[in-house]
Design a protein around this ligand. Sequence first.
Ligand code: AMP
Ligand code: MG
Length: 363
Amino acid sequence: MVTERIIIEDTHRIDAGKLERAAEILREGGLVAFPTETVYGLGANALDEEAAKKIYAAKGRPSDNPLIAHIADFSDLKPLVAEIPAAAGKLMEAFWPGPLTLIFPKSDAVPYGTTGGLDTVAVRMPSDPVAMTLIRLAGVPVAAPSANTSGRPSPTTADHVWQDMNGKIDMIVDGGPVGIGVESTIIDVSGEYPVILRPGAITQEMAGEVLGMEIGLDPAITGDGPMNADVKPKAPGMKYKHYAPKGDLTIVEGVPSRVIAAINELTRQCEAHGQKAAVIATEENMGKYQCGHVSCIGTRAREETIAANLFDILRKMDDMGVDVIYSESFYNGGLGQAIMNRLLKAAGHQVIDANTGEHKHCL
Ligand code: AMP
Ligand code: MG
């Protein structure tokens, strides 16, 4: 298949005519990758089971891992869901359009082929103007998981999408690098209490404030609860390995001076054994590492810079062909919760405590 690529130069004044062909492909059951404010999505008609199958095939994604349906207007929600719980109404009002996905009981219109066989459906209204214009033009809800090969870091630029999807999909709409860089927050509002299934840019604190209550994290994220590692994930997608670079990534946590000393010692040992080592460092500490390859992920003063660079850095590690990677650790609150969630998955949950030297498995 030849993958067509179109560029939207001015995303503030979109020439809708340029997106007409993309919208037509979606209506006809084809695949179009497009930018959203979180990461690039791989879109197909969410009501067309055959189209959804093509997404799973292009990504190499297990078919029990459900897709998120993207809409452009509030009136698009009702046909997809059996019910709109009160908590959902408040969250939508506060955060839509934006990086928040909500899980509803599904209507009969949504095929099981898009929900991974579940009776619930995930819905999001993205704020990115290219995404909005495209979904509106298509006139159908658009199922759109991240436009990467399953297991690889999510794409934050059209080039990332090209690396993974060239020849496998009909079109890539290039709207430049995304703003946020980590996938949407997912909140399940279909049960008795709302629960966060995936942390994102709408933080636990932000959502809690709107609902006037503390919102829990799903035990599969925190590792809490009676069954600990055996907790059955609520969202099938949560059980899959994600984002992993080819090199062996370990997170090093602890007081900064110890982290730097530990990483310097670890990379020195790797290099002495002829391995290619790299460090993922913050701007604050960049100059303090002796390793031959030090990549800057952003500044601790503005966590959003770290979120925005995370997946690109992990892909660059693959491009450089490094064998071993050590990353600094981040504060696990606010947006940091989303950053650490992705980084821990990418590291296969391997963490070294620089204060004690202990190797840990952290969720
Ligand atoms: P992505 O891989 O970014 O497309 O995100 C899709 C993720 O959304 C899945 O892996 C699930 O974690 C979650 N999700 C989608 N639909 C549902 C659903 N009906 N119930 C629970 N989680 C869902
Ligand atoms: Mg994904």
